[in-house]
Design a protein around this ligand. Sequence first.
Ligand code: SF4
Length: 206
Amino acid sequence: MNTIAQIHADIETRVTAIRDGHPDWLCRQGCDGCCRRLAEVPRLTAEEWDWLQEGLAALSPERLLELGQTIAALAGKPSRPIVCPLLDQAESACLIYAHRPIACRTYGFYVQRDLGLYCHDIESCVDAGALADVVWGNHDVIDRRLSALGESRELHEWFAQWQFAPRFRHHAFGWKSDTPLHRIKEALNEIMHITKNKPKKVDDQS
Ligand code: SF4
């Protein structure tokens, strides 16, 4: 079965097996190295985004507003390395940890052909021969399973779409009356009226 829940469960099994054999594993609460050094803007499938939205929905409106600005800035070709906008930098903690994307779950536990292990700290341990007994997860398999779920988009694209829709719901984002909606409807009616009554363009050649 290839659902997002099943992928999460399979990753969790691999991660737990590695942790059980190495209780002092480097990836743990308090280490935010990978969150501060993203090579690319996070990309998510629709199912990962659905999952992540549940985490966003639990944040305060103030936090969401702030987050919206940081995420929107990702659209403008940010300089690398990128600090993940979902990282609470003061707390060194992920704001949506239980709902984080797949790449964040596999980081430090999976290996990818041509890209290796990602985490330089763990790579150093491997180079020193300290982790010879570890059975790493195969990220190429995870990528194939994600591709089978459908297209992926960058985080700011999903977020912009998600933010836009609620703005036009009744009482959304602090709107206390129907007035803004009425104004939009009036403006649209006016545009349609003008377009309808505008004289048709005359072809000069006829
Ligand atoms: S989503 Fe969370 S875990 Fe993933 S990179 Fe961002 S802050 Fe880190």
